[in-house]
Design a protein. Structure first.
Length: 303
């Protein structure tokens, strides 16, 4: 399961889980024995989808099945991220951390008050490695992402489609000195909320003629610099959040950093290495229902 190497199959599985919990009745089994590897992003998406499942189907009991047959590295990563707590499963085998593998931080979820969870996630990251450089920039990026969920993501959503929450987590690779930080929600997505926002006119002007309904162009334009500071909430400072706090965390880092945002039909990526920047925004084969934000920072620790 990986959004880079196997996007179609990964998102298809998550959509199948959601369909099953919304439309089907009776016993449902998701066979994870066949999963041979899982990335940090895919792990958080799976945890969030199953946590959503748990909240929607409180009368049913979710449990792990044939756990002893799972791929050990997959089982260990999901355990560290808190997956088996979602399933209320105990006595999960202890698996060793192999050389070069990522360590995961247990997920956090909520609806409001993002400051405390952002600080707690940062603390969890630092428990696995060095103190994070640009600590305040990471904090502000996380708070901005979670605040966007509270103020925008679920505002126009219709129907009973699950909990109105965000999920956050992170992974650290001490050998590669790399940190991955992630936020996901199951809202309507950035590309659908921007046309209703106070910044839409400035965003629209940055989109090529004929592409005003293309998600990839909408999201890329949302991260472009402009002089309009007003968001959907009407607060003058809120409109800057995507580019100044979420994208700004990568811009402020002195080493190699990457930002990825997958939302609706858009896959936006921005990277910075010293003074060299690269930015792309493409369409994905299967729409992502919500918004996924990921920062990957190399040499993230303070000297």
């Amino acid at each position: 399961m990986d959004l880079d190497e196997n996007y179609h199959a990964t998102i298809s599985l998550l959509k199948d889980i959601r369909f099953a919990t919304q439309q089907l009745r009776g016993d449902i089994m998701v066979d994870l024995k066949v999963v041979k590897d899982i990335s940090p992003a895919a792990a958080l998406l799976l945890v969030a989808e199953c946590d959503r499942w748990r909240e929607r189907t409180k009368a049913q009991w979710l449990r792990a099945f044939d756990v002893s047959y799972w791929t050990p590295s997959v089982r260990r990563r999901l355990k560290e991220m808190g997956f088996f707590e979602v399933l209320n499963s105990r006595n999960i085998p202890e698996d060793p951390v192999l050389a070069g593998e990522d360590r995961y931080v247990s997920f956090l979820t909520g609806r409001r008050n993002p400051g405390a969870p952002a600080a707690e996630l940062r603390k969890g990251i630092e428990a696995l490695g060095p103190t994070v450089a640009d600590r305040e920039a990471l904090y502000e990026g996380l708070v901005e992402a979670m605040t966007n969920v509270t103020q925008h993501a679920y505002r126009t959503r219709r129907g009973d489609s699950g909990p109105e929450r965000w999920w956050i987590s992170a992974s650290v690779n001490p050998e590669r000195r790399t940190m991955t930080v992630m936020v996901v929600d199951h809202g309507v997505g950035i590309a659908k909320t921007l046309p209703r926002s106070g910044r839409w006119e400035a965003v629209r002007q940055a989109i090529p003629l004929g592409m005003v309904k293309d998600d990839a162009h909408i999201v890329r334009a949302a991260f472009a610099k402009d002089d309009v500071n007003r968001s959907q909430t009407g607060e003058e400072h809120r409109g800057k959040g995507l580019r100044e706090n979420i994208k700004g965390y990568v811009e402020s880092h002195n080493s190699h950093g990457k930002l990825r945002v997958i939302t609706n039909r858009a896959n936006y990526q921005y990277s910075r290495l010293n003074d060299t920047e690269d930015e792309t925004s493409t369409s994905v084969p299967i729409p992502f229902e919500g918004t996924f934000i990921e920062w990957v920072i190399e040499d993230y620790g303070q000297e």
